[in-house]
Design a binder for this molecule. Structure first.
Ligand SMILES: *Cc1c(COP(=O)(O)O)cnc(C)c1O
Length: 340
């Protein structure tokens, strides 16, 4: 049986008695509020709901998961950082992820003084289970981070369930791009795997990058740990409102998503005929990894044309990563790329 004991959770976090805010001690919304040293005047003068109850209720309907299994943070970057802080003892524990992968895991691990083991993905950008298995006996290994669809490669990672079965520590699946994919989210597997944390974000398919809102879905015990370590009012009132508004307009979300997916197919097709393009990788997200003849050269030349893409040469040789834009933006990209 998996248990959140001090083999899994840091001892200081298990024993932590969290800060109790004014809104923790009284959470009703009717009365004369003289308990939080707020200014009685103004429009943004009151602290926001520390547990984002209204937002979680709506999200719970859309994702078909109870509110108790949802944590909302300041972007998924905060979710990842809190995960390190809850489960990994600085200077002692280790985490594992895959390369090429998302660069923030590295930074977050370094800030938290955690050694991050990077296991190379195979030629098809899939998990090499033999290589992973060699690391699983290390008692210091507490956390595995998998990004699916993966950034910067764009593909869904297969057989993650095998990882969940084999590894007895915490597995985080970063699903920042899952809404663009045909594959189901791992949210449905939270009951089956108490060691699973699914991370999602409003920054990509929901179009709310500026609002910095990310979510973690996990067992209620894991969510309680997140609530213990988070700053009391971690998601601003303005941002809670912005996300709630977007959630209530689901048809707009779907409409924009389908335009992006249509445009992705169009861009993929156009790329095939361009002289500097050597390979267009399969994408399950809203960006495309493309191998070109000389990525530094392509990147710099496009910059001069005021078209900004990401040069991923340091991660995958001679590859650029192109985000799918509006039809106009994509036409500009293809025009400038063709004329290089
Ligand atoms: C963009 C992205 C995120 C989003 O992070 P936020 O902090 O929620 O904006 C998370 N993970 C990956 C892999 C990403 O590419």
């Amino acid at each position: 049986m998996f248990e959140l004991d001090d083999n899994i959770v840091r001892k200081n976090i298990l024993n932590l008695k969290p800060y109790s805010s004014a809104r923790d001690e009284f959470s009703g919304d009717d009365g004369v509020f003289l308990d939080a040293n707020e200014n009685p005047f103004g429009e943004l003068n009151r602290y926001p709901d520390p547990y984002q109850k209204e937002l979680k209720k709506k999200l719970s309907e859309i994702k078909s998961i109870p509110s108790e299994n949802i944590f909302i943070g300041n972007g998924s970057d905060e979710v990842i950082d809190l995960t390190f802080r809850i489960f990994c003892n600085p200077g002692k524990d280790k985490a594992l992820t895959f390369s090429p992968g998302y660069g923030m895991y590295d930074i977050s691990a370094q800030i938290n003084d955690i050694e991050l083991i990077k296991v190379p993905l195979n030629q098809s950008f899939q998990i090499d289970f033999d290589a992973v298995e060699k690391c699983l006996n290390d008692k210091a290994l507490k956390l595995i981070l998998v990004c699916s669809p993966n950034n910067p490669t764009g593909n869904i990672i297969d057989n993650i369930e095998l990882l969940l079965q084999k590894f007895k520590g915490i597995v985080v699946i970063d699903e920042a791009y899952i809404d663009f994919s045909k594959t189901d989210s791992f949210i449905t597997k939270i009951k089956a795997f108490p060691n699973l944390i699914v991370s999602q974000t409003f920054s990509k398919a929901w179009g709310l990058a500026a609002s910095r809102v990310g979510t973690a879905y996990a067992s209620d015990q894991v969510i309680s740990l997140f609530n213990k370590v988070k700053p009391p009012y971690n998601v601003s009132g303005l941002n809670q409102k912005a996300v709630l508004k977007a959630l209530k307009n689901y048809s707009e979300f779907e409409k924009r998503k389908s335009i992006i997916l249509e445009q992705k197919s169009w861009v993929e097709k156009q790329l095939q005929g361009i002289p500097v393009v050597k390979k267009v990788y399969h994408s399950d997200s809203n960006f495309i990894l493309v191998e070109v003849t000389d990525s530094d050269n392509v990147y710099n030349k496009l910059i001069r044309k005021k078209v900004i893409i990401r040069n991923r040469n340091s991660l995958v040789k001679n590859c650029i990563r192109i985000t799918v834009g509006t039809p106009e933006e994509n036409k500009t990209l293809i025009k400038e790329l063709s004329e290089l």
